[in-house]
Design a protein around this ligand. Structure first.
Ligand code: GLN
Length: 495
């Protein structure tokens, strides 16, 4: 008898059981579909559940698993495991909306590279998850298709923009997921839902086929139930892609193998605690959890150092200039002619264009386009965009200096636990502050991940670990040691 319910399995464990013939992919896929039927009315993690196709794929996987067992061959690492994909990542023949009316009927004719890679590793799609429109937001309230609720407290947000993926995992409506992270959208929802979210180094993972928000910041990242799964999914999706010129041709180590030494000691590992990440607006229980986590890392043998990242306070204004500037350029294509659902309206081409963009985009997307267009306009470019680019270099420099002194940096992932639905939606500045701890790493191009790090008043609190660019392995090792010697990640919400 299996000790856990099928829908609670991690990807690593599910794949092992599938290989051994202990469970079938059809059973596993059905268990997820049943769980979705039972709880997604409350949560709304999914925009689209591809049930029939998932079962067809599961049957094919079972046949391949059986053949592999018969022939004594090792099947691909995720054969038979279902995956939940943020609806900003293109999936062939499956509508991909980016959470926007603009793309309500967009059916891609190709898969994103990350989907191709996951399919090649044997995983199959089970559904597309909800998000803030064009990944702009921190609560999933900006979706054109309704909010997603936090499984830990249904009146609260699951974070964003990858809130659907995070909520699906927290509610065991999925085994593993993908999100995208421009300024925290993988890590902040992980923090609010007691799940794991990993943002890779810029250039580690291909964005080909991912609907662009801010191209110098966007990255695809694994969202999982534990650290080993994050390593496994990163192993599958990492690597250079000739179709994305920003990917780096640098060998990726086997991240999962790196965790399988069984050694959970962190003897001699230098952990930096950046002083500037202890801010006034931070919730008391978040600060307490962070201090306890640092003390715990010390008991594992790590050396804790106080570190300074002096330009931290500029990360938020810098990000909210650069990201909207890039968004305004990326979203120019949605005019109802080149891309997007064209508004049916009388008049000339300008009337059509105005109506298309007026109806197709929600309030937050329009706000970003206006902010970005303004920051890039003649006369303001030097004062805003150029200055922000220079500040970005200073922020990166802070991290370069820090990583000369320590191996990883540890901070909170979000200043507060999950907030209430509606609480910040009319106050963009308050909403932007939810990203306080997750904006600097994308600006610097470094990897960071968020893991379960405690609870306050019944709500999850995430712990963030950052590393030097392309040093995901070190960050994973520290995360794994912390996770395996604590039990936060084993806690589940009652639904
Ligand atoms: N919350 C941030 C924003 O609204 C980050 C979003 C993201 O990472 N996609 O821009």
């Amino acid at each position: 008898m299996l000790e856990t319910r099928l829908e609670q399995l991690t990807a690593c464990r599910a794949a092992a059981l599938l290989r051994q013939g202990e469970i079938s992919s059809v059973e596993l896929t059905r268990a997820i579909l049943e769980r979705i039927s039972a709880v997604d009315k409350k949560i709304h993690a999914y925009l689209n559940v591809t049930a029939e196709r998932a079962l067809t794929d599961a049957r094919a996987a079972d046949a391949r698993l059986m053949a592999a067992r018969r022939d004594g061959e090792t099947p691909p690492p995720l054969l038979g495991v279902p995956m939940s994909i943020k609806d900003v990542i293109s999936t062939r023949d499956v509508v991909t909306t980016a959470g926007s009316r603009m793309l309500e009927n967009f059916t891609p004719v190709y898969d994103a590279t990350v989907i191709e890679k996951l399919n090649a590793a044997g995983a199959h799609l089970i559904g597309k998850t909800n998000l803030d429109e064009f990944a702009m937001g921190s609560s999933t309230e900006n979706s054109a298709f309704g909010v997603t609720r936090n499984p830990w407290a249904l009146e609260r947000v699951p974070g964003g923009s990858s809130g659907g993926s995070a909520a699906a995992l927290a509610a065991d409506e999925g085994i593993f997921a993908l999100g995208t992270d421009t300024g925290g959208s993988v890590r902040q929802p992980a923090s609010l839902t007691n799940t794991v979210g990993l943002r890779p180094s810029y250039g580690r993972v291909s964005r080909w086929g991912v609907i662009a928000f801010a191209s110098s910041l966007d990255q695809v990242g694994p969202m999982t139930k534990d650290v080993r799964d994050a390593a496994l999914i990163l192993d599958v999706i990492a690597g250079v892609d000739p179709r994305d010129a920003t990917t780096v041709d640098m060998p990726a180590p086997n991240y999962l193998a790196g965790l399988e030494t069984g050694d959970l000691r962190l003897t001699g590992v230098r952990v930096g605690a950046p002083r500037e990440y202890f801010v006034k607006g931070m919730a008391r229980e978040v600060e307490a959890a962070l201090r306890a986590a640092l003390a715990h890392l010390e008991t594992l043998g790590a050396e804790i150092h106080e570190i300074s990242l002096p330009h931290t306070q500029y990360a938020l204004p810098t990000y909210y200039l650069l990201a909207p500037a890039e968004a305004s350029a990326n979203l120019a294509r949605y005019d109802g002619v080149k891309y997007g659902a064209r508004a049916d309206t009388p008049g000339d081409v300008w009337d059509v264009l105005r109506a298309t963009r007026g109806r197709g985009f929600g309030a937050e997307v329009k706000r970003r386009i206006m902010l970005g267009t303004y920051a890039l306009s003649a006369g303001y470019y030097d004062a805003y965009y150029l200055k922000a680019q220079k500040t970005r270099t200073l922020i990166k420099h802070d991290f370069d200096q820090a990583f000369n002194q320590v191996d990883v940096l540890v901070s909170a992932a979000a200043p507060t636990p999950a907030f209430r639905i509606g609480e910040k939606i009319d106050d963009p500045l308050q909403m932007y502050l939810a990203d306080l701890f997750t904006l600097a790493q994308p600006l610097a191009g470094i990897p960071a991940l968020c893991i379960p790090g405690g609870f306050g008043a019944g709500l999850p609190i995430g712990l963030q670990i950052m590393a030097r660019a392309f040093d995901e392995a070190k960050m994973l090792r520290v995360a794994h040691a912390y996770e395996q010697t604590t039990d936060w990640h084993t806690r589940k919400p009652v639904l």
